[in-house]
Design a protein around this ligand. Structure first.
Ligand SMILES: Nc1ncnc2c1ncn2[C@@H]1O[C@H](COP(=O)(O)OP(=O)(O)OP(=O)(O)O)[C@@H](O)[C@H]1O
Ligand SMILES: [Mg+2]
Length: 139
C-alpha cells in the first residue's frame, strides 16, 4: 500500500497524473471516499496524465463517461445510485471488463460485490478544507 497526503485539488490531480503512468488495458480502479473528497479530481488528474485536457466531471447522470486515450478507453463510472447486481448489469458494466478498457469507479462501496482480487483500491480520507490522505492498494 502506498500513502500520500494532498493539500489541494491541484496536488490530488498531480497524484492522479502520476498514477496514470502505470495503467494498462483491463485495469479496474475502485475509489472509496465520502462526498466531495476528490474522486473526480483524481480521475481528472489521471486523464491529464494521459494527455486529455478537456472537461472532466462526475458522470452522475450518465453513469459512465468514456475517454479514448489511444492505448485504451478510460471509462469513468459513478456508482452512487447503484444498489445491486441487476442495476449494475443494466447499465452495461460487465461489457466494459476487457483489455480495451480501464475502469475508474466512484462510489465503489456500492459495487463491492463486483470487485475481484485484481482490483486496485484507492481510498481518499477527508473532505472540505482538510488535507486528504490518499491510499492506493494494488490488487
Ligand atoms: N486536497 C484536495 N484534493 C482534492 N480536492 C480538494 C482538496 N482540497 C479541497 N478540495 C476540493 O474538494 C472538492 C472535491 O471535489 P470532487 O468533485 O473531486 O469530489 P468527489 O469525491 O468526486 O465528489 P462526489 O462524491 O460528489 O462525486 C473540490 O471542490 C476541490 O476543490
Ligand atoms: Mg465525483
Amino acid at each position: 500500500m502506498t500513502e500520500y497526503v494532498s493539500e489541494s485539488q491541484q496536488e490530488t490531480e498531480r497524484l492522479g497524473a502520476e498514477f496514470a503512468n502505470a495503467l494498462k488495458g483491463g485495469d479496474v480502479i475502485a475509489m472509496f471516499a465520502e462526498l466531495g473528497a476528490g474522486k473526480t479530481a483524481f480521475v481528472r488528474g489521471v486523464l491529464r496524465g494521459l494527455g486529455y485536457d478537456g472537461y472532466v466531471s462526475s458522470p452522475t447522470f450518465a453513469f459512465v463517461n468514456e475517454y479514448d486515450t489511444g492505448d485504451f478507453i478510460l471509462s469513468h463510472f459513478d456508482m452512487y445510485r447503484i444498489e445491486n447486481e441487476e442495476q449494475l448489469y443494466s447499465i452495461g458494466y460487465y461489457d466494459y471488463l476487457d483489455d480495451r478498457h480501464v475502469l475508474m469507479l466512484e462510489w465503489a462501496e456500492n459495487v463491492e460485490f463486483a470487485l475481484d482480487d485484481d482490483t486496485v483500491r484507492i481510498h481518499i480520507y477527508g473532505s472540505g478544507d482538510e488535507p486528504r490522505r490518499i491510499t492506493i492498494e494494488n490488487g
